[in-house]
Design a protein around this ligand. Structure first.
Ligand code: AMP
Ligand code: MG
Length: 487
């Protein structure tokens, strides 16, 4: 049984609309994330009970749950939309785990809300499985992210490009508050509510700053740091979010809203997968600059709270925003150094890393394999990964420089091996594998590949050569590969 708390519901009701999830005709539990359930303190036998199915399908509202849809606004592809909100999601309530961490428990795909606009509030099975799988992969890659607890098939057929099976994802997040949540109230000039929202975020997520002199400035600084770090982590595993609208930008710096996201195989900085991202606004290489753009929107919202003087507030905010490029660069360098097993930093590291990226781009090397091969290069072991990467003479030459640089640090061999293995995943949810597994599940009701892939992506740092099929990009890697928002 779950004992929900409702701190968000207890806030001013301007923040949400009370809604009841719609009742699905024939709910069926397809997947449940037992590790996550354990972390949340949810009893595993309860998770597989009829009552849990009723709860996570929206069929019954359990005691202490006050379902609601959150309101927010946002810039979608740079265009201002004054009111968006949860159009296909309801927050059931919050759970407190053993470590006293508060988690939102939200159903995604459970029917219309006052914010559905022309949508049906539903979700189809393919994208729901995708989010379940990719959020698990991100979590295993140690990247801050929302998580997924269950997948329930609803028994309904939903009209999309064809009639497709409907599904509901139970999304678990430390927060569902977005930059767009702040934008909604700031744009309406509702500064008292904006202050309540900021205080709620500070008290819930950053209590360490609640007694600081200018806690709103501290909050802005934390948000900027968290986003800069997050994007550097995405880029260190070749992740492309695909739809970094301000409404998909979590205020605490977690990855949220897995729509058209995907991992890049062959390194090409301009890569875009999303079918609707015509101009490449959210390409791999644009992610830091877009992140800064989103943070400018947040800083703008916070101006009335930063000081009583508008000019002064602008100065304070500008100062923080101007720090972003350097901050991002330092996080990015930190991530890249870890991948190369470098303990300390030298000024020449950027050059060494940029050279590697240039070689990867020029020789069309697979991002994940390039980095995971470094371990074999270091221990001088010939195997399938080594063979793949050794085709590039430029890469071979570069590894000599890298080895010299490693030697200059006098780190122990064991430590280097440990760093290389812990920082370079060998398994990522490659597009062709994800598509294959999901197609089989949706069209043939065969979940074998899906669960196999789920198992592999949840242990991404353990290279097993017998899993060769999962280690490599396909022949025509990423060629014409497109993703969709999944609405
Ligand atoms: P997203 O692209 O998932 O970030 O969604 C952007 C906005 O569209 C959000 O306000 C969503 O709640 C809303 N939305 C997406 N899909 C649907 C749907 N099927 N029905 C209603 N609203 C939706
Ligand atoms: Mg969204």
């Amino acid at each position: 049984m779950i004992n929900f708390e409702n701190s968000f519901h207890e806030l001013n009701n301007e923040f949400y609309a009370n809604v009841l999830p719609s009742i699905p005709p024939k709910p069926e539990l397809l997947a449940c994330n037992k590790n996550l359930a354990h972390k949340l303190g949810i009893n595993l036998s309860w998770l597989e009970s009829e009552e849990a199915l009723e709860c996570f399908s929206g069929s019954k509202i359990i005691k202490n749950s006050n379902p609601l849809a959150m309101v927010y606004a946002g810039h979608q592809f740079g265009n201002w939309v004054p009111r968006l909100g949860d159009g296909r999601a309801v927050l059931l309530g919050e759970l407190i785990d053993k470590d006293n961490q508060r988690w939102d428990i939200q159903l995604k795909g459970s029917g219309k809300t006052p914010f559905s606009r022309s949508g049906d509030g539903k979700a189809v099975l393919g994208p729901v499985l995708r989010e379940y799988l990719i959020s698990e992969a991100m979590s295993a890659l140690r990247i801050p992210t929302t998580l997924a607890l269950t997948v329930v098939k609803t028994g309904e057929r939903i009209q999309r490009e064809a009639l497709l099976p409907g599904a509901i994802l139970t999304r678990v997040a430390k927060s569902h508050i977005r930059v767009g949540t702040f934008q909604y109230f700031a744009s309406r000039g509702e500064y008292d509510i904006l202050k309540t929202l900021s205080d709620y975020v500070i008290n819930r997520h950053f209590p360490e700053i609640k007694n600081k002199k200018n806690k709103y400035l501290e909050f802005l600084k934390i948000a900027i740091r968290a986003q800069a770090k997050l994007i550097s982590q995405w880029m260190s595993v070749s992740f492309i979010h695909g739809v970094m609208n301000t409404d998909n930008c979590s205020i605490i710096g977690d990855t949220i809203d897995y729509g058209p996201c995907a991992f890049m195989d062959i390194f090409k900085p301009e890569t875009v997968f999303s079918s609707i991202d015509t101009y490449g606004r959210y390409s791999y290489k644009n992610q830091p600059i877009i992140c800064q753009w989103n943070l400018i929107q947040l800083a703008n919202c916070l101006l009335p709270l930063l000081s009583n003087n508008k000019e002064k507030s602008i100065k304070i905010a500008q100062n923080e925003i101007d720090r972003f490029p350097k901050l991002f660069e330092s996080f990015w360098l930190q991530e890249m150094r870890k991948k190369l097993a470098l303990k300390s930093g030298t000024l020449k590291d950027t050059k060494l890393i940029t050279e590697l990226h240039d070689i990867m781009e020029h020789d069309k090397l697979d991002f994940t394999l390039t980095f995971s091969s470094l371990y074999y290069v270091f221990i001088n072991k010939n195997n399938v990964v080594f063979d793949y990467i050794n085709k590039s003479n430029k890469f071979k030459k570069w590894t000599l420089k890298w080895k010299n640089r490693l030697e200059s640090e006098k780190n122990s061999k064991a430590n280097i091996v440990k760093l290389l293995c812990n920082s370079n995943p060998s398994i990522i949810p490659r597009n062709h594998l994800v598509e294959e597994a999901i197609k089989l599940a949706v069209y043939d009701n065969n979940y074998s590949k899906f669960f196999k892939l789920m198992e592999l992506v949840s242990k991404p740092f353990c290279l097993k050569e017998k899993n060769r099929y999962y280690l490599f990009p396909p022949k025509d890697s990423d060629k014409n590969f497109q993703t969709f928002c999944g609405t």
